[in-house]
Design a protein around this ligand. Sequence first.
Ligand code: SF4
Ligand code: SF4
Length: 133
Amino acid sequence: MHQYAAGRPDEQDKGDLQDFAKKILEKMSGDPSGMSDPQIPGNRPYKKAGGAGLVPKAGHKCTSCGLCAESCPAQAISKENLRETDSKKCISCMRCVSICPQSARKVNSAMVAAAAIAIKKACSDRKNNELFC
Ligand code: SF4
Ligand code: SF4
C-alpha cells in the first residue's frame, strides 16, 4: 500500500530524528534520579499479534534460499517447507515480501485492494514522529 506515507522518511523526518538524538543524549547525560516512566498513549491491553488477514505466499519464482524464513520476525515461515506460512503467527509486516531477492512472495491483490480501502481514512493524513522519554 505504497499510496500511504509515500516519500517518507522525508527531510522533516530526518530533522525529527536529529532532534530525537539530541534529546536522548541530553536525557542520558542528565541525573538518572530525575527519570520517569514514559507515558505512552494507546489502547491497553494491546491486541495480541498474529492471525492477520494478509498472509504472503511464495510463488513459482521461489528458489528456496530461506532468507524470508530467517528474517520473519514472527517465525511464521516454516524453515522445513518455505512455501508454508502459519497464518496464526503472521503479523502481516511484509518484511518477507520486501526482502525476497526473487520477488517471489506475494499477497492476494484483491485482499490488498480491500485492505487499502479499509485503512484509507486512518492512513491518509501525515503521521508525525513522536518521542516519548
Ligand atoms: S526469500 Fe524468496 S526466494 Fe528465498 S525462500 Fe523466501 S520466497 Fe523463496
Ligand atoms: S508478513 Fe511478516 S510476519 Fe508474515 S510471514 Fe512475512 S515476514 Fe513473517
